[in-house]
Design a protein around this ligand. Sequence first.
Ligand code: HEC
Length: 161
Amino acid sequence: MAISGGDACHRRLAAATVIVTLTWTTGCSERTSAPPVSLMPPIADVPVGPVPGGVREDRSVLGNPVAGDPDALRDGRAFFVAYNCSGCHGDHGGGGMGPSLRDASWIYGGSAAEIANSVVQGRAHGMPAWGTRLTPEQVWQIVAYLGSMRTPREPDPPAGG
Ligand code: HEC
């Protein structure tokens, strides 16, 4: 017992040495070099800031080929009901057995690509994968609809918003 305890102590010491070395190296490079330009987000991903009136920020338009098309929003709403997304997420996405898609928080990210991934691939805790049942255009229409929720562009909004 005494020997193995000594080993463990030695290992901890070695680990501490590595951490100290890493910290020292990082600290050194921070002092000597400016942050690399690649850390800057691409221009297209920079949010435009809060919309006057306090509506939810809609990141689902970025990279969505049907963004801004009112027909796409209506079709997305129709598919949301037809494919029974509403059965798990609520009639207007407000939440049920599945999480709310109306509120500002996303478990798996709220950008167009992230929402599309959630729909196409499914998610671990009870979200089915729809990639084989929806065309890519239908996915984008649904993503556009989800992004329009709680904005003035939302088709067929629930009573009281
Ligand atoms: C059988 C119930 C069920 C159905 C039907 C369903 N979902 Fe889900 N969905 C869930 C659950 C549960 C989660 C949370 C999964 C997790 O936490 O891993 C989820 C997660 C999601 C997410 C990610 C949410 C986040 O916060 O990141 C999106 C987007 C989504 N669903 C959209 C849809 C769409 C669009 C449809 C219809 C095409 C649909 N869902 C149909 C149960 C369902």
